[in-house]
Design a binder for this molecule. Structure first.
Ligand SMILES: *Cc1c(COP(=O)(O)O)cnc(C)c1O
Length: 408
């Protein structure tokens, strides 16, 4: 049986969109991209009416993943909801490594194996609702896969551009899930320029990170879900692997909306933006005490999902980090690889490199005292580790000439 939240008409409480930097008001219910100031648009709701329409018990009775928050989301008509079987992602304590106060939220369990499913499900649903038919994006892999999957399911066309060092598995899954996908001899911002060039002709709609208003709303559901899983009392610290920062911005928005609705109090987790030392524009801006992060030259890291040299939402990430009393921290690829192996071997949990970066950053923050051992800490594992190239195993035995099995 399908959960009624996927099929029933439910009210939506969107009032308008708002420029995240100037506060200028924009109309909802029509196609919008960046604001005139070139910054992300945020969706605003009648939160008082939303609070009257639903209660925590009703929510608890629903069985689906992020679509359980239908009333908190912008989709107006049920026919535009697009679902591939989302789940509430599990919380997995790292009991062996931390005694259990460090908890991984494992987003790798979502459709297409990454948390990009959240943002892209919403972007695709809204594209459908607004009558768009051909979506395009630059991607390091997971976003393109999620867009292709949800758009094909919804009957929309997609065109995707990847840097040519994108993992082969991502390029293949994008192609198999119905997109026209091209490898480009450049970085993600070079791919973004190609998408920009195709906007007027052939008329692609640009679904790049934060360039349309709805991926943030999808990522916002991570904050709603975390709050619900913690009984509406948020954890102390959140480590988030930060590329474009959609998830960090989205969770921060979720917490503000929940507080305005009276569902949580003023307590906030300290938000920690984790990047790689080979691409750390947000960490540099945080340390320099500024609100905008200049383009990071020669970006490189094995954690492709956070290899984002420039973020249009930089100031939103930095404001959330600072307002929460958190910080931004960079870790080396060596620390990421070591963290990945350690968590896999000790906990039986295969993280993606970006997820492993959060564990490496957590360890550094424990050492320097920025996180205390009694604090409940969430690490975001944003994709399944199975999507990434894994180290080869080259131990063989000869079935006809077995060694002493006790020596194995
Ligand atoms: C996209 C992505 C990120 C970064 O997410 P943002 O919310 O855009 O900062 C991190 N890890 C993986 C695996 C990703 O696909």
């Amino acid at each position: 049986m399908l959960d009624p939240v996927l099929t029933q008409e439910l009210p939506s409480f969107v009032t308008h969109l708002e420029c995240s930097i100037t506060g200028k008001r924009y109309e909802a219910d029509r196609v919008q991209e960046l604001s005139e100031a070139g910054r992300p648009l945020l969706v605003r709701y009648d939160l008082a009416a939303l609070a009257k329409s639903i209660d925590k018990e009703t929510l608890a009775a629903r069985t689906t993943g992020f679509w359980r928050y239908r009333e908190f989301l912008p989709v107006r008509r049920a026919e535009n909801v697009v679902s591939l079987g989302e789940v509430v992602t599990p919380l997995i304590p790292l009991a062996n490594l931390s005694g259990g106060q460090v908890i991984v939220k494992d987003e790798g369990r979502l459709p297409t194996g990454s948390f990009k499913a959240r943002g892209l499900a919403l972007a695709v649903a809204m594209a459908k609702e607004l009558g768009l038919s051909h979506l395009a994006m630059p991607t390091n892999g997971n976003a393109g896969a999620a867009m292709a999957a949800y758009a094909s399911h919804a009957g929309l066309r997609t065109t995707v551009f990847c840097p040519d060092d994108t993992p082969e598995i991502n390029v293949s899954e994008i192609a198999l899930q119905g997109a026209a996908v091209y490898k480009v001899n450049g970085l993600i911002n070079d791919c973004g320029k190609i998408v920009g060039a195709g906007k007027t002709s052939p008329g692609w709609f640009d679904v790049s990170t934060l360039k349309e208003p709805y991926r943030i709303e999808g990522k916002k559901t991570m904050g709603l879900e975390l709050a619900e899983q913690f009984g509406w009392d948020l954890p102390d610290v959140i480590f988030y692997p930060t590329g474009g920062g959609t998830g960090l911005i989205g969770m921060w928005k979720a917490f503000d909306e929940l507080e305005a609705m009276g569902w949580i109090g003023p307590k906030r987790p300290r938000m920690v933006a984790v990047q790689a030392t080979g691409c750390a524009p947000i960490v540099k801006a945080y340390e320099d005490g500024v609100e905008h992060a200049p383009l990071w030259e020669n970006a490189h890291t094995m954690a492709a999902g956070i290899r984002v040299p420039v973020a249009v939402g930089d100031f939103l990430i930095l404001r959330a980090v600072r307002a929460s009393g958190g910080f931004a921290i960079a870790v080396t690829d060596e620390a990421i690889a070591a963290a990945l192996s350690e968590v896999a071997a000790k906990e039986g949990l295969l993280l993606c490199p970006e997820g492993a970066a959060t564990y490496a950053a957590y360890k550094a923050a424990r050492t320097d005292g920025r996180v205390k051992d009694h604090e409940t800490t969430i690490l975001f594992n944003c994709a399944t580790g199975l999507k990434y190239p894994l180290p080869a195993v080259d131990r063989h035995i000869d079935k006809d000439n077995l060694p002493d099995l006790a020596s194995l």
